[in-house]
Design a protein around this ligand. Structure first.
Ligand code: ADQ
Length: 505
């Protein structure tokens, strides 16, 4: 067993199993925002990552090759948490992605709540907490990630009261009235309060969490701190704050400046027929991302003659995501319907109006697309941060390009020089696109320079340093060891407070 000073606990490992062109099993880097965000932080640290490898581990299933101890640019340990197909269906596709994900994204689609799914969520959270308890060295820092693992902080504290425990939520924390729908709302809040520091993407998310803590548990905050009562009159402090995530700015900008990428940009523009204006969308294929919103806006602009189909193309790259969840099949159908209608109506031989790719691309190819794109369209209905917008900005080392960005992303706080749009207002989205397309070059450059400078100075390494710095400075809660071992008693004590508070409201 190894001991580590920094332990990341996340649903997914930074690697996943795949097959190469010869059909052999290989391990490759996992897609998605979390891995992009955390990998730079792990490099060079005495660190480990605990998570699921993305494959079902059922009795009789094909054994996977061991994950290499170290690979290329990885110098941290990996510990796998096994999950069976049934567990993934209940804990991940079920409670995490059919209840929590839609609820936390403003209930864009109706969340579904099932007791057996939550039971599985609780059981799997305990499995992650036990793995962290096993691999963390005494007194080390454990950083738990995201909505799939909100019960882990309190569970881990009860197993290992000596640890410094941080939690970061990558997605929005919803308005209190919405959160109150959740049948297991108290258990979730108590789970999070097990951490020494709970981080959110935005100040609004942190405020929402402090509000529900007061409403549900009757625990007021002083500034950004909540005193959490233990069973025998003991108290510990939980600090709640905003830490907006970012990207590996220096690494991305260095790639963007490479001659290979410059060549690829030229080739992409040529392959697209050297149009006057290239619009680009890059997302996971998720109903929160507003892919349909931007495709509709673009199509209407073409039909209205405000964009010329002979001079404009839109490229949409969408990575398949959560395909076992019905709503994801629905958004895929919607998007593909719009693409085929628009191309049917407006495309010509060799010149479709929309280039649609449903796949995951290497980061170098994404950067080349970012650099080729005159207008980047980021139109989520709700998004915790949105890394794509920041990747676009740091890739534009030429200061050209324009960003059309939804107000309902965390990134909108950091990138106010973008063309901000309300994705629920179709005409507003269209006006934003037209304004970005017609803005004088000098104005575009001025806006891009300011945004690029902001993201270059506020990168993912700074995000991690800020969070871990606050966590390490947070007064030690380790003295609560004994009390926390009786955390279930503590929950009972809190439960009576909260019931009173609930009734009082
Ligand atoms: P996501 O919802 O996955 O992340 P986002 O922040 O945009 O959203 O990150 C997506 C990542 O996947 C980016 O790094 C992007 O480059 C990559 N990606 C997207 N499409 C791709 C494609 N076709 N091929 C290859 N890579 C692709 C969650 C939250 C966000 C939050 C992040 C990080 O929902 O709000 O910003 O975590 O906290």
């Amino acid at each position: 067993m190894s001991s580590d000073d920094l332990v990341i606990v996340a649903n997914r490992l930074p690697v996943e199993s795949a097959r190469d062109e010869n059909g052999n099993r290989i391990w490759r880097r996992s897609p998605g925002g979390l891995v992009s965000a955390l990998e730079p932080v792990m490099k060079g640290a005495n660190a480990s990552w605990i998570g699921w490898n993305g494959s079902y581990q059922d009795p009789g299933s094909e054994p996977l090759p061991p994950i290499p101890e170290t690979a290329d640019d990885r110098d941290y340990s990996i510990y796998e948490v096994p999950l069976s197909r049934g567990e993934v269906e209940l804990y991940y596709d079920g409670f995490s992605n059919s209840a929590l994900w839609p609820l936390y994204h403003d209930a864009i689609v109706t969340p579904t709540y099932h007791r057996h799914q939550f039971d599985s969520y609780r059981k799997i959270n305990m499995r992650f907490a036990e793995a962290a308890a096993e691999h963390a060295s005494p007194g080390s820092v454990v950083w738990v990630q995201d909505y799939q693992l909100q019960l882990v902080p309190a569970m881990l504290r009860s197993l290992r009261p000596d640890l410094k425990i941080g939690f970061f939520l990558h997605i929005p924390f919803p308005a209190p009235d919405l959160f109150m729908q959740l049948p297991w709302r108290r258990e979730i809040v108590l789970g999070l309060l097990g951490a020494d520091v709970v981080g959110f993407q935005t100040a609004g998310g942190a405020r929402n969490f402090l509000d529900v803590t007061e409403r549900l548990l009757g625990l007021p905050s002083v500034g950004n701190k909540v005193e959490v009562p233990g069973p025998h009159g003991a108290r510990r402090t939980c600090l709640v704050d905003a830490f907006g995530i970012s990207v590996d700015s220096i690494g991305l900008a260095a790639k963007a400046n490479s001659p290979e990428i410059e060549d690829r940009v030229e080739q992409i523009r040529a392959d697209l027929g050297n149009p006057k204006t290239i619009l680009l969308g890059v997302d996971r294929l998720d109903y929160t991302k507003g892919i349909d919103v931007r495709l509709r806006a673009y199509t209407e602009l073409l039909h209205e003659g405000k964009l010329d189909p002979n001079e404009t193309v839109l490229v949409q790259v969408a990575t398949p995501s959560r395909e076992n969840v019905d709503e994801y099949q629905r958004i895929r159908d919607d998007v593909e319907m719009i693409v085929s209608r628009t191309n049917g109506d407006l495309g010509q031989i060799g010149a479709p109006a929309i280039y649609y790719m449903r796949n995951s691309l290497p980061i170098e190819e994404l950067i080349a697309l970012y650099k080729a794109a005159d207008i980047m369209l980021v139109t989520p209905l709700r998004d915790g941060m949105n890394l794509v917008s920041k990747e676009y900005v740091v890739s534009r080392t030429d200061d050209e390009g324009a960003l059309v960005l939804s107000e309902f992303t965390g990134a909108a706080n950091d990138l106010p020089q973008s063309w901000l749009v309300n994705p629920y207002d179709a005409d507003g989205v269209k006006s934003g696109i037209i304004a970005a397309a017609h803005a004088p070059l000098e104005e575009r450059k001025r806006r891009m320079r300011t945004m690029r400078s902001h993201v270059m100075h506020n990168d993912v390494q700074k995000w991690a340093r800020d969070f871990l710095g606050v966590l390490k400075r947070q007064e030690s809660n380790a003295g609560e060891a004994e009390d926390q071992q009786h955390s279930s008693e503590g929950e009972t004590a809190n439960a009576s407070t909260s019931t009173t508070t609930d009734k009082a409201k």
